[in-house]
Design a protein around this ligand. Structure first.
Ligand SMILES: Cc1ncc(COP(=O)(O)O)c(C=O)c1O
Length: 307
């Protein structure tokens, strides 16, 4: 397949009073993908897999019932004319779930996987069986986080803000591929993962997305302040404030939660010495529909955040 068109990037400075004295500049980098629904980090992560796909080959991957990754893969499949299968961590496929409905509209075949089977997705026997069942599909891991996915993220020019080079690069971190991309692109620059999951294996997952012989020393993970998907009133209010005051659209599962954690780190002085932060806005806004569907957002909050 011919190489894919490149994304464009938009920078916004957030004049956010996040810390006390010597507050660093905070720049948000948003990616505008050529295919709108393959948004944020997904465009970069899926890039090489889409290009490596053999003619006629489909793509299969894994995700939760509100997965941004599955919607992005389904949208890529529709746009570039390949078939897609999503193995969804759920007992039963909910036909009203807006994320799953969108995946189906985009032509993805969905298959429910119970939690126990889902956890086996990386086991060689499980993958071998999957390859036999779906011989015409390229299998991608959950979140598209693997060596190729991280190498795609390494194309992101996150260092150069409009005001000069950043000295701290950060992003929301869940399966680790996005941070791994930043780490390898800028080995001399400090990279900070802002975890949106409580996962003791996260550091190892990041290492698995880095070239095996590498030993990067330029990164660390902040301590997560809540489990994956946990959304409370304070977090939703934080996202609404970002929208109201700075016209920055976030959602509380990934980007909003990560920015809230960054704000806490700045307020407690944990990032002293940092002068300019570049934060990668990883997308995920389709998740707002699922949050409203689960009544985790009021109608007013949903409309504000979507606007
Ligand atoms: C919107 C969004 N932001 C951030 C992340 C976290 O990225 P990663 O899984 O590469 O750590 C994800 C999950 O892939 C996501 O959907």
């Amino acid at each position: 397949m011919a190489s894919l068109p490149t994304a464009t990037y938009h920078w916004q400075r957030l004049p956010i009073p996040m810390g006390q004295d010597n507050t660093p500049q905070l720049w948000i980098c948003t990616l505008q993908a050529p295919v709108a629904e393959v948004a944020g980090n997904k465009w970069l992560k899926l890039h090489s897999a889409i290009q490596q796909r053999k003619p006629g080959q489909g793509m299969l991957s894994f995700g939760g019932a509100f997965s941004n990754h599955l919607v992005a893969l389904a949208a890529a499949g529709q746009h570039y004319h390949f078939s897609t299968i999503g193995l969804v961590r759920t007992e039963q496929l909910d036909t009203h779930n807006p994320t799953l409905r969108r995946c189906r509209e985009l032509g993805m075949q969905l298959i429910a996987l119970d939690r126990i089977s889902y956890r086996q997705q990386q086991l060689p026997e499980f993958l071998a069986r999957l390859k036999i069942t779906y011989p015409d599909y390229l299998i991608l891991p959950e979140g598209g986080s693997d060596l190729a996915g991280a190498a795609g993220v390494a194309q992101l020019p996150l260092l150069q803000t409009p005001d000069g080079d950043a000295d701290l690069l950060c992003c929301a971190t869940a399966s680790g591929g996005t941070l791994a991309g930043l780490i390898q692109r800028y080995p001399e620059v400090r990279c900070l993962g802002l975890p949106v999951v409580k996962d003791a294996s996260l550091a190892d997952r990041i290492k698995q997305c880095l070239p095996p012989t590498s030993s990067y020393q330029n990164w660390q993970l902040a301590e997560a302040n809540s489990a994956y998907g946990k959304v409370n009133a304070e977090l939703v209010a934080f996202c609404c404030q970002l929208k109201l005051h700075y016209q920055l659209t976030t959602e509380p599962i990934y980007t909003g939660k990560a920015l809230q954690l960054l704000s806490q780190l700045l307020q407690t002085g944990s990032l002293s010495g940092v002068k300019r932060i570049a934060f990668f806005h990883t997308g995920g806004l389709q998740g707002l529909h699922g949050l409203y569907y689960r009544r985790l957002l009021t109608e007013a909050q949903y409309r504000l955040l979507l606007s």
